[in-house]
Design a binder for this molecule. Structure first.
Ligand SMILES: NC(=O)c1ccc[n+]([C@@H]2O[C@H](COP(=O)([O-])OP(=O)(O)OC[C@H]3O[C@@H](n4cnc5c(N)ncnc54)[C@H](O)[C@@H]3O)[C@@H](O)[C@H]2O)c1
Ligand SMILES: [Zn+2]
Length: 377
């Protein structure tokens, strides 16, 4: 876990305390959307006030490939910086995390695809998420696309864990609704998948359940009401907690079957998860009913404690479906022109994501994957 986390109202101003006198040069990692939303303004001001030299790398594309990530890492090397500040969503944070361990010429991003543990931390990093979110600020993961395999691959190395995190609701205030919705449901998937994962344990449950509670009870308000700062702060905390849960548990078949949709059709990560969330939860239900009943008892504040586990679990799944519908996230691959003739390719690619499929409480056979994809095609 990151050791220093600042959250809540005016958390961003804590940057002044993080920037110690030994820091000579910082690089702000961001992207065009975040930059034009003005979200690097306060960090830049604090850097200037402290007299710390800085530069900005803002060319990070959304959902970068490993080669695009390498280009940014190479640019970063020329800056000779001793501190990294990432201001952005998962795409920005994932590249910044790679840069924090690839600041010398010893290894490339491609090397890490083959052997993720090769590199060690070289430059301390601060993550300031502007989506809520991927939870990347909490995890040792960096996700890059591998176009030649039409897949997205997670590089996992504990050295990439951020040294500092700032969670400030003001940064997601102007997040466009469709991005807020998709990233919010990504966080929701992290929480519910980690809680129902075969790798779940008392530590991950603590974070997954609290994250689920915060997210399910705030995601709609946070995404639809620009003034709902409290709901936005709770979403940032919930998505961070869900990220912590990932580090000790792991996501399951929603994320596993979602990877080919990102890799091949470039469907945004949160959207492809949202499309698969309800079908996979329905498929998993026989194996996770008790878990979902526990989630009901925690999340549904005015719930009926006398309901059976089956009834509670059905309610939670219907709530997940309702959240995706209210937030107007597409639920069919038809929206993205995925032809039915691609079904077998999807099944084959999805079944390759064994890293996550092994976490699923109900075994997923190729036939099961086929049925799930057919539901959303
Ligand atoms: N490392 C991890 O643990 C982890 C976990 C889940 C997902 N991911 C990865 O993260 C990436 C997706 O990240 P994401 O969903 O946060 O989106 P993103 O970083 O790709 O951003 C999406 C778009 O939103 C814009 N944007 C972001 N914040 C904004 C703001 N506050 N105001 C206005 N515009 C804003 C960006 O400019 C960009 O155009 C994927 O590559 C995914 O695979 C990583
Ligand atoms: Zn995710």
């Amino acid at each position: 876990m990151p050791k220093n986390v600042f959250a809540g109202q005016h958390a961003l101003e804590q940057l002044g305390a993080i920037l110690t006198a030994d820091i000579k040069k910082a690089v702000i990692f961001t992207d065009k959307g975040v930059l034009s939303a003005g979200l690097t303004g306060i960090p830049e001001q604090i850097l200037a006030d402290k007299g710390i030299e800085y530069s900005i790398i803002s060319e990070i594309p959304a959902e970068p490939s490993y080669l695009q990530a390498q280009e940014i890492v190479d640019r970063f090397k020329h800056e000779h910086a001793d501190f990294i500040i990432a201001v952005g969503g998962g795409s920005v944070m994932d590249v910044a995390k790679l840069a924090s361990i690839l600041a010398t010429d010893a290894y490339t991003v491609k090397d890490l695809l083959d052997n993720p543990l090769l590199a060690q931390k070289q430059v301390p990093s601060l993550m300031i998420p502007t989506t809520a979110g991927t939870g990347s600020e909490a995890t040792p993961n960096s996700i890059v696309a591998v176009p030649e395999q039409e897949l997205k691959v997670g590089i996992v190395n504990p050295a990439m864990i951020a040294d500092y995190v700032i969670l400030d609701g003001r940064l997601i205030k102007k997040l466009p609704k469709h991005i807020a919705a998709a990233t919010g449901v990504d966080a929701l998937c992290h929480a519910i998948e980690c809680f129902t994962s075969a790798k779940a344990n008392p530590f991950s449950d603590t974070f997954a359940l609290e994250g689920l509670d915060l997210i399910m009870n705030n995601v709609i308000e946070a995404c639809t009401n620009p003034e709902a700062l409290e709901a936005k702060n709770k979403m940032l905390l919930g998505s961070f907690y869900a990220g912590v849960a990932i580090t000790s548990s792991g996501t399951t078949a929603v994320h596993a079957l979602s990877y080919p949709l990102g890799g091949k059709y470039h469907i945004p990560h949160g959207v492809s998860n949202a499309i698969l969330l309800t079908p996979v939860m329905r498929f998993n239900e026989p194996a996770i009913q008790e878990h979902l009943a526990r989630a009901y008892d925690r999340v549904v504040k005015d719930g009926n404690r006398e309901l059976s586990a089956a009834e509670k679990s059905r309610f939670i799944i219907s709530e997940l479906e309702r959240i995706v519908a209210v937030l107007e996230i597409p639920t069919s691959l038809k929206t993205f022109n995925v032809p039915e003739s691609d079904l077998e390719g999807l099944v084959e690619a999805g079944m390759q994501v064994t890293r996550l499929l092994v976490n699923n409480m109900r075994e997923v056979t190729p036939d099961d994957a086929r049925k799930i994809y057919m539901e959303v095609l």
